[in-house]
Design a protein. Structure first.
Length: 89
């Protein structure tokens, strides 16, 4: 994904994306690569360590979701998620 696209997805200012990616690079979690079709564009690519950390974070988030929603029935979970999506849209 390009830095510009990343900013759009995250809903943050492009200058904030630059700082975020700088931090990820310093931590060895991501790197910038030249876009093969546009050398002015930089793609943000996860390193192996970054991909592994993302997988761990996704697993932990899924467990937290399951634990948080456990007291609700499946129908209640669907309703809650639908309502949360409406208020965050």
């Amino acid at each position: 994904m390009s830095q510009r696209d990343l900013g759009t997805v995250l809903g943050v200012d492009p200058s904030a994306v630059v700082a975020l990616v700088d931090d990820l690079e310093r931590a060895g979690l991501a790197r910038r690569e030249v876009h093969p079709g546009d050398r002015r564009t930089r793609l943000i690519v996860a390193t192996g360590e970054g991909a592994a950390l993302l997988a761990t974070a996704q697993d932990l988030a899924a467990r937290a979701d399951r634990d948080l929603l456990a007291p609700l029935t499946t129908a209640e979970q669907v309703t809650l998620i639908s309502l949360l999506r409406r208020i965050t849209a």
